[in-house]
Design a protein around this ligand. Structure first.
Ligand SMILES: [Zn+2]
Length: 66
């Protein structure tokens, strides 16, 4: 059961945190400011190991922690 699309893995623990410098929100493409609250999560890619990403709290996909 492989899913060819890139999506969040809801099984991973996600939480509100601060993004390290230089992170860009994958939802809106706007860089996340230093010390701005954001949502940390993993994007599962079919061809490699998951990557850690940070969304603005308002941009976090539904089901990502809530
Ligand atoms: Zn955003």
């Amino acid at each position: 059961m492989t899913n060819p699309t890139v999506e969040t893995d809801a099984r991973q623990r996600e939480y509100t945190t601060y993004a390290p410098a230089g992170e860009t929100c994958p939802a809106c493409g706007v860089p996340i400011k230093n010390l701005e609250n954001c949502r940390r999560g993993l994007l599962a890619r079919r061809d490699s190991s998951p990557i850690v990403v940070y969304w603005h709290t308002a941009c976090a996909p539904k089901g990502a922690g809530q």
